[in-house]
Design a protein around this ligand. Structure first.
Ligand SMILES: *[C@@H]1O[C@H](CO)[C@@H](O)[C@H](O)[C@H]1NC(C)=O
Ligand SMILES: *[C@@H]1O[C@H](CO)[C@@H](O)[C@H](O)[C@H]1NC(C)=O
Ligand SMILES: *[C@@H]1O[C@H](CO)[C@@H](O)[C@H](O)[C@H]1NC(C)=O
Ligand SMILES: *[C@@H]1O[C@H](CO)[C@@H](O)[C@H](O)[C@H]1NC(C)=O
Ligand SMILES: *[C@@H]1O[C@H](CO)[C@@H](O)[C@H](O)[C@H]1NC(C)=O
Ligand SMILES: *[C@@H]1O[C@H](CO)[C@@H](O)[C@H](O)[C@H]1NC(C)=O
Ligand SMILES: *[C@@H]1O[C@H](CO)[C@@H](O)[C@H](O)[C@H]1NC(C)=O
Ligand SMILES: *[C@@H]1O[C@H](CO)[C@@H](O)[C@H](O)[C@H]1NC(C)=O
Length: 562
């Protein structure tokens, strides 16, 4: 078996040009690979292959993988997957495309500009895992190392502004997942939830401009480098001699960024040598809203609902949960306080903190404040942190040891059935809004319309190009930007972008933001969760803390990943 692989590479070593010290097999223009044929473009030693990777669902994904280890580990890919008889073509014009079975172009991987770019005349799958396209002077015109997906390899650099995205969950799913590793222009390297625009759950701050993440090919260690100076070392250890191992660093489906090694001859699996996040439950939104993350071994992640809450999707609890009903603790006295040992609720948005208090005091504070549903008590600092709704990042894991989570529960199960007369009337609300200011009323009117299922179906198609709150700027004329986008902006605290041309609103922005949230509660797709008029008035008075509505939050996540 090994003879079959090695004979061609020995021939290649003898007969082909030596590029930057890396021997390579030339791929000439007008060459192609057919999906389903098993043919690939191999690197000289066979360490990497470029071709179609067959997915369990029978489709084929253009990718690069380790050629000599069992199990496919893709280091680069280009989607979406295609069917049998599609072709990867390095065309006579020096472009790299995916062609339909009839020969027309299906996807562009690399195409030269309008005559100004140097024409590509050769391509190489290198033994370092980089696929390069060159002009007649052997200058790179394109390389896979400059368009990373979820992995970097030794010799590869994540430049300022470049991003690695995790893949989707599941074997066949190479669409963009939920997390990203971002080398920011300001010199920070951070991990954050891509879809939720939440805060970074892991970061290295260098306070230096023009920093890049270098995966050093000699040492197989990762550093943050400014110019030639190492400003921070991520990994410090990897098995040696370095050349006896394959190495890679990948942001995985669960949002961790980890470095692995695999022994070239004796290896049977990838061994982790470094990871960014020690407690996998610290990954933001890993179990969705009202989800509870447990990880007894600090490796596996298990998502459940916070006790008493209901999964949004019984097939996949990690999508989050919802309360059985919205219970107004200011109107009822029949509730109990449940205590969860070694458990913490979200780590970023504390509503209010009480210091120098014991557990009993914390319990009392939660019981007596009808606007508060949850809190975490930290005995080591004697602090009681009241939490905002919806509850996010509840966890029982290594980093929540010693914390005590407190949560209110309704005793009265009957109250789960929403009473018609109490459910909120959008029209009345709009009238109230109209009285406040015309601008805001217009805003909510629009919001109500956009939340109508019919408009949602219409707008869903138009949303494709609006990936994040920043994109609002590019879609000025497209006024169907509300609903989910508002939510996203609220969540990422970028609501200003939506109203940035309206100085009147900007002047009282805090209040506008609150109202936007109240509006989102009032047009909640689940009528049972809409607050009563009385609660709305309390929300507007500032007597009740207004959080982001549950479910809508999740819906945003589900819709935007289409
Ligand atoms: C694909 O490659 C084969 C031989 O390698 C060649 O005969 C054929 O013309 C190519 N097809 C296209 C569409 O480039
Ligand atoms: C591709 O390889 C698989 C596994 O070795 C084999 O079963 C299949 O017949 C091959 N397909 C073609 C078209 O050669
Ligand atoms: C190759 O280099 C020569 C000399 O520097 C230059 O004149 C020519 O334009 C280059 N060709 C390409 C394709 O860049
Ligand atoms: C693939 O992953 C994305 C992102 O996690 C998800 O939204 C999508 O539903 C997944 N697709 C399938 C077919 O599971
Ligand atoms: C990689 O590490 C070696 C040895 O420490 C060093 O000489 C080299 O400059 C480093 N390369 C890069 C690109 O930082
Ligand atoms: C950033 O660093 C790269 C490589 O070290 C260099 O080529 C580039 O000019 C630098 N950019 C700035 C703005 O300093
Ligand atoms: C690999 O296997 C060889 C022979 O079985 C053994 O001598 C060597 O120590 C092994 N290397 C590693 C790193 O396990
Ligand atoms: C948290 O985890 C520990 C250890 O797995 C377990 O003993 C404890 O009951 C858990 N607490 C809750 C509230 O689930």
């Amino acid at each position: 078996m090994s003879l079959g692989i090695c004979l061609p590479c020995i021939l290649a070593l003898l007969s082909l040009p030596n590029l930057n010290g890396i021997h390579a097999i030339e791929i000439k223009p007008n060459t192609n690979i057919t999906a389903g044929s098993n043919s690939t473009w191999k690197s000289p030693l066979g360490d990497f292959e470029f071709g179609f990777h067959e997915l369990p669902n029978g489709l084929f994904l253009v990718g690069i993988w380790f050629g000599r280890i069992k199990g496919r580990t893709l280091v680069w890919y280009h989607g979406p997957p295609v069917g049998q008889n599609y072709k990867i073509q390095f065309t006579s014009a020096g472009q790299l495309i995916v062609a339909n079975p009839d020969g027309t172009t299906a996807q562009n991987i690399f195409i030269t500009g309008n005559g100004d770019a140097a024409a590509a005349t050769s391509a190489y799958m290198q033994d370092d895992g980089n696929f390069v396209i060159m002009d007649s002077n052997l200058s790179h015109v394109w390389q896979s190392f400059n368009s990373p997906t979820n992995t970097i390899l030794p010799g590869q650099t994540l430049q300022s502004n470049q991003i690695l995205y995790s893949k989707g969950k599941g074997l066949s799913n190479y669409s963009t997942g939920n997390f990203m590793l971002h080398m920011l222009e300001n010199g920070n390297l951070d991990l954050r939830s891509y879809l939720w625009s939440g805060p970074a759950y892991w970061y290295i701050s260098t306070s230096t401009l023009n920093v890049s993440l270098v995966f050093n090919a000699t040492t197989a260690l990762m550093h943050l480098v400014s110019g030639t100076r190492i400003t921070y070392s991520l990994s410090n250890n990897t098995p040696t001699p370095v050349k006896d191992y394959y190495h890679r660093a990948t942001i995985d489906e669960n949002g961790n960024f980890q470095q692995y090694a695999y022994h070239k001859r004796n290896g049977t699996e990838w061994r982790r040598v470094w990871r960014a996040v020690e407690d996998p439950c610290r990954v933001n939104a890993i179990c969705g809203v009202y989800g509870l993350c447990t990880s007894p071994d600090n490796e596996l992640v298990k998502c459940e609902c916070i006790p008493g809450y209901i999964p949004l999707d019984h097939q996949d609890v990690s999508k989050g949960c919802q309360p059985p009903s919205v219970f107004n603790y200011c109107e009822k006295t029949s509730f109990k306080l449940q205590v969860f040992e070694d458990t913490d609720f979200q780590f970023d948005t504390n509503f209010a903190r009480i210091t120098k208090v014991d557990l009993e005091g914390c319990k009392k504070a939660v019981m007596n404040d009808c606007n508060i549903v949850a809190a975490t008590y930290d005995a080591s600092t004697s602090t009681c942190a009241k939490k905002r709704l919806p509850l996010l990042n509840a966890r029982n894991s290594s980093s929540s040891k010693g914390q005590i989570a407190l949560l209110k529960f309704a005793n009265d199960v009957e109250s789960k059935i929403p009473k018609k007369k109490n459910s909120f009337n959008v029209r009345i609300f709009l009238k109230v809004m109209l009285a406040v200011t015309a601008t805001l009323a217009g805003f909510f009117g629009a919001l109500a319309v956009y939340y109508h299922p019919f408009t949602q179906r219409l707008t869903r198609r138009k949303k494709k190009h609006m990936e994040s709150c920043q994109d609002v700027e590019d879609s000025e004329d497209d006024d169907l930007v509300l609903s989910n986008l508002v939510l996203r902006c609220v969540v990422s605290k970028k609501l200003e972008l939506l109203v940035r041309h309206d100085s009147e609103v900007l002047n009282d922005f805090k209040r506008f933001e609150e109202m936007a949230l109240v509006g989102l509660w009032c047009v909640h797709p689940n009528p049972a969760l809409r607050p009563s008029m009385k609660v709305v008035m309390q929300m507007l008075d500032g007597a009740v803390e207004v959080g982001v509505p549950p479910l809508v939050y999740d819906m945003m996540m589900a819709n935007e990943s289409l």
